[in-house]
Ligand binder design. Structure first.
Ligand code: AMP
Length: 410
């Protein structure tokens, strides 16, 4: 079935057309009809499956039809709760693009910036508010934001919201919302805790689960290479050099490692940027923008900073370090192979990381394909580095010098 055959407003169809979206992804196919009917939905779907549009399309369509008969603005009608600023911006952009030809207005609200322009925007009329909890509650308690007209609540990345300790915020929020409302609950992963939260929020929900057996999107080919910790940079260098035109997203365990990998790449004349929690919000957004538009081809990130972020056209994800939390493997490799695109994810696993690999495989309920490499291939990768300071090469050279030194006569 194509979007043109859907019972959604003409203006939303125009928006879909402008974005080049012709047919729904799995999650869209399953979610759009019940959401249009006003039912509650509980969806387990990873980012990259098209889940934002899965709720944006029907909500925009409903509100556009509603606004056709409405002459004056009557407050926020849909609230999308998200865990991070970046996600708020990203989701509001999807609403704005899809809703370009509608009269529906969407606004992203988050902390860390001045509140006056936000209040002004709210006063001018916002239909869909995409918000992080902190600033939203601030504005509610100051009386600038009223929630009594909200008839749809969307919780996106609910698992991440719980990880970040937003449970109390969610509970407080629900008390302030009208009882008869539609609730859409989206989460990438499910456990008993998330289930109980979900069931406390939704009523007779339609349950939708996308590829439950394999949490990694079928568009992503993912594999692992066994590489010693100190050699990882040479293999990253090789991947970058073999794919000079590709956008590559690299995940490391810590902020310090991110900067170290960047420095190692700089030594071999490979330009990269980092994104992690130590960076200012403005600089993080700037880096994301440059990576999104292709100005930077190599981005080195920590888990927290890149979670849930949709960057167009990432062809390779490199797990330079394996993630400490198995679930993050799914989130990381899900940065590629988005929508209908194909993607490749490669993990570097050192000897000491083998137990983590085992945990990840248990979580995935299947082994990750191993890229076999013989010793010669492994060594040649290290040898071909452009890093003149490479200790390994230096050692070899020193050894050679030693060998060719004329022997002292006795
Ligand atoms: P999401 O899971 O919402 O982060 O979306 C992942 C990516 O899929 C985004 O880059 C969307 O632009 C893309 N996408 C979503 N729905 C469709 C569709 N029906 N056709 C093509 N691309 C899509």
């Amino acid at each position: 079935m194509k979007f043109e055959d859907y019972n959604i407003s003409y203006e939303v169809k125009k928006g879909l057309d402008a974005l080049g979206f012709k047919k729904p992804t799995d999650i869209q196919f399953k979610s759009i009809p019940p959401i249009l009917k006003g039912e509650d939905v509980l969806a387990i779907a990873q980012t990259g499956t098209g889940k934002t549009a899965a709720f944006a399309i029907p909500i925009l369509s409903i509100l556009q039809e509603y606004k056709k008969n409405q002459s004056r603005d009557d407050g926020v009608k849909c609230l999308v709760m998200v865990p991070t600023h970046e996600l708020a911006i990203q989701i509001s952009e999807v609403f704005n693009k899809l809703g370009k030809y509608t009269r529906v207005t969407t606004y992203a609200l988050f902390g860390g910036v001045e509140q006056d322009p936000q209040i002004k925007e709210l006063n001018e009329g916002v239909d869909i508010l995409v918000a992080t909890p902190g600033r939203m509650f601030d504005l509610v308690s100051q009386g600038y934001l009223r929630l009594h007209r909200i008839n749809t609540l969307i919780l996106d990345e609910a698992d991440h919201m719980l990880d970040l300790g937003f449970i109390k915020d969610i509970e407080d929020l629900v008390k302030k919302l009208p009882k008869s409302r539609q609730t859409l609950f989206f989460s990438a992963t499910i456990n008993d805790y998330i289930k109980s939260l979900a069931y406390s929020l939704v009523k007779n929900a339609i349950r939708i689960q996308i590829s439950p057996k394999d949490p990694v999107s079928k568009n992503v080919t993912h594999s692992v290479m066994f590489i010693e910790m100190d050699d990882k940079r040479f293999f990253l260098e090789r991947i970058v050099n073999e794919h000079p035109e590709s956008k590559i997203l690299v995940f490391v365990r810590t902020k310090v490692r991110a900067e170290r990998v960047k420095a190692a790449m700089a030594r071999v004349a490979i330009e990269s940027e980092t994104i992690h929690g130590d960076k200012e919000q403005a600089s993080r957004l700037e880096v994301m923008k440059k990576f999104a538009n292709g100005e930077i081809k190599l981005l080195i990130a920590t888990d927290v900073s890149a979670r849930g972020i949709d960057i167009p056209g990432v062809e390779y994800v490199v797990n330079y370090d394996l993630p400490d939390v198995s679930e993050n493997y799914v989130h990381r490799v899900g940065r590629t192979g988005r929508g209908f695109n194909k993607g490749v994810a490669i993990s570097f696993c050192s000897e000491e990381e083998k137990p983590i690999l085992e945990e990840i495989e248990t979580f995935l309920a299947k082994p990750i394909q191993v890229i076999g490499m013989d010793k010669r291939d492994y060594n040649s990768t290290i040898e071909f580095t452009a890093d003149v300071d490479n200790d390994w090469k230096k050692l070899l050279k020193d050894a050679e010098k030693e060998e060719y030194k004329p022997k002292k006569r006795k």
